[in-house]
Design a protein around this ligand. Sequence first.
Ligand SMILES: Cc1cc2nc3c(=O)[nH]c(=O)nc-3n(C[C@H](O)[C@H](O)[C@H](O)COP(=O)(O)OP(=O)(O)OC[C@H]3O[C@@H](n4cnc5c(N)ncnc54)[C@H](O)[C@@H]3O)c2cc1C
Length: 252
Amino acid sequence: MIFDAIVVGLGAMGSAALYQLSKQTPHVLGLDQFSPPHTLGSTHGETRITRQAIGEGAHFVPLALRSYQIWRELEQQTGEHLLTITGGLFVGQTASYQPMHNKPGWLRTTIEAAETFGIAHRMLDTVALRREFPQFNFRTNDIGYYEKEAGFLNPERCISTQLDQAQKNGASVRTNERMLAFESKGAILTVRTDQATYQTRKLILTTGSWITELLRKTLTMTFFGCTGRYYTGLLFRITIISIHLIGSLYLF
Ligand SMILES: Cc1cc2nc3c(=O)[nH]c(=O)nc-3n(C[C@H](O)[C@H](O)[C@H](O)COP(=O)(O)OP(=O)(O)OC[C@H]3O[C@@H](n4cnc5c(N)ncnc54)[C@H](O)[C@@H]3O)c2cc1C
């Protein structure tokens, strides 16, 4: 059998990808080296903050807004509780370009994104911050961005719910199975794991922090015919561009 798509890595990214794909076709396979949700990846734990205006870049806002719809749809379908709305306060200096998550001007981008996309929020000056949130010791010139719909997700429950739903839609899930390598021939990709070999038209690698290990072992050989170490930078960008040209491999 040739799968329409294989998703390797079933954390936050892969479980969501598999679930969405399974709505389009049952001929999809999800693989993970462990049994998600597990304690060894980035999606471990009981909470992950979420919000609608994204300081890492306004281009993420449509994705964030869509994710709110998906969580609520999943909750309705399954009865699981995934998203808790608490409201979220983000604080920074008035005119500062202070970075967060390596993004300079994170708070400024957040505010601009909220204004551009009409996301409900309130701005608080230092006086209002001290009045409304006396438990914190604010600095002079601190300002606050308060987003009413911010909250948190239960990430492990999000994974298991999406994998369950994907399987209900006909997707196959194989856990405790590690992908070792892949190669492409024409329009078909062959994926080799420690237990089997599969063929697919599309391959999605959502292996989180394991991605560099996989790329080093597989992509350099597949696309450049060479081994050797490389780092994020020009070569990595070339790799991504090559993949998009081939059009059958996606990385997250
Ligand atoms: C401590 C912490 C706090 C965070 N807080 C927030 C937050 O508040 N809000 C927020 O939005 N984000 C937060 N993040 C970021 C967010 O949790 C991650 O971006 C997200 O969980 C990444 O998911 P992922 O699917 O890419 O990776 P992972 O969850 O690590 O999944 C990758 C999967 O790939 C599998 N895999 C790897 N290699 C192979 C292979 N060769 N074969 C088969 N399977 C393989 C692994 O077993 C794993 O299950 C936080 C992250 C951390 C670590």
